[in-house]
Ligand binder design. Structure first.
Ligand code: ADP
Ligand code: MG
Length: 157
């Protein structure tokens, strides 16, 4: 498994990191975002979507809608599964249908720790750790083979 650790010193750095990743994403990408409330999952997602050519103003937390769909260079399904109580709910909300739809687009899941066992082998896990008010440690883990090259690219610079 390829891993990349980035130290983000402010919100803008997290946004730009997401944006750089978004520019390189291909259809069928699944991003599993993990970390506590306020760690930066939604901000990072805004960056990713901006990199995918979605106007940033459209990208907001889907906590109440469960999934927001955006059209950019690819179709994006932005989910927040915070309110799922157990994996059974994952089936209930049709997560698997979205995984199928997502094969021609990009899936971004906030609170992905709740649904890890439903995800295909190929996915990019991103863990966010709060170090201080403005600092985050962001750990990318490439599961499967497709994300490893993206991580080497993301790590340079
Ligand atoms: N380095 C950083 N990276 C990301 N967010 C940061 C950082 N420093 C401070 N923040 C703040 O933390 C909050 C993250 O919020 P948000 O992205 O909604 O988190 P989540 O979706 O994980 O609950 C924002 O208010 C943002 O300004
Ligand atoms: Mg959020």
């Amino acid at each position: 498994m390829t891993e990349l650790v980035i130290h983000s010193k402010n919100p803008n750095a997290t946004f730009n990191l997401g944006k750089r990743l978004g520019k390189t994403l291909q259809a069928g990408s699944i991003l599993a975002l993990v970390g506590e409330l306020g760690c930066g999952k939604t901000l990072f997602t805004r960056g990713v979507c901006t990199g995918l050519e979605v106007p940033t103003r459209y990208v907001n937390s889907p906590t109440f809608a469960f999934v927001n769909e955006y059209s950019g260079r690819l179709k994006i399904y932005h989910m927040d599964v915070y309110r799922l109580n157990d994996i059974g709910d994952g089936f209930g909300i049709g997560l698997l249908d979205y995984l199928v739809k997502g094969e021609s687009g990009v899936i971004i899941i906030e609170w992905a720790e709740k649904v890890l066992s439903l995800l295909p082998e190929d996915h990019l896990r991103v863990d966010f750790e709060v170090l201080s008010a403005k600092e985050r440690r962001i750990i990318f883990k490439a599961y499967g083979s497709r994300f490893a090259p993206l991580l080497s690219e993301l790590g340079t610079k």
